[in-house]
Design a protein around this ligand. Structure first.
Ligand code: AMP
Ligand code: ZN
Length: 152
């Protein structure tokens, strides 16, 4: 890995220096469960190489992250029988970013789940309340998703 910054929690996860419930890994990207999920299977996809956000993401990392997101999206749909999925990326504080290593959120969606309402007059941009599962629960969910990964 070219650039390792252990002040960055997601760099530490990518270097296996911090715990994570890993769903998928490739040469350039890593997918793991969000510790405060908005839905079961809420996954974060990161480039292994540190980028702060979309403003400085390099093309190779972007390709790796997009490939990983597509593979994980299909696995999430299969694992949870989801009707759809929302992918979210926040850049800078003004955009809602809290962790400053590029990441894409993938959340399985179900008809009528109300997670991000698109009802007229109620265009919420924010997720519904989050949960705080244990590390063991997250590992069990990650194993369920990994069983549906098909990297093609
Ligand atoms: P954002 O607002 O897009 O920067 O979201 C950051 C996300 O990272 C939040 O949903 C957090 O719950 C999640 N998060 C923070 N620390 C960790 C961690 N150590 N492992 C997994 N997810 C994390
Ligand atoms: Zn980083």
């Amino acid at each position: 890995m070219e650039k390792i910054d252990f002040n960055c929690i997601f760099c530490a996860i990518a270097a296996q220096r911090a715990p994570a419930a890993i769903v998928y890994e490739s040469d350039g990207a890593l997918a793991f469960l969000d510790i405060r999920p908005v839905a079961q299977g809420h996954t974060l996809v990161i480039p292994k190489k540190h980028s702060r956000n979309l403003f400085d993401l390099d093309d190779l990392s972007g390709m790796a992250v997009m490939h990983a997101s597509r593979v994980v999206a299909r696995a999430l749909r299969a694992a949870f029988n989801a009707d759809g999925l929302t992918m979210l990326q926040s850049s800078e504080r003004a955009g809602g970013q809290e962790v400053f290593h590029y990441h894409q959120h993938l959340a399985p969606r179900f008809i009528g789940d109300g997670l991000m309402s698109s009802e007229p007059g109620e265009r919420r941009m924010h997720w519904r309340a989050r949960t705080s599962p244990s590390r063991e629960e997250l590992q069990a969910i990650a194993a369920k998703i990994r069983a549906h990964i098909k990297d093609d």
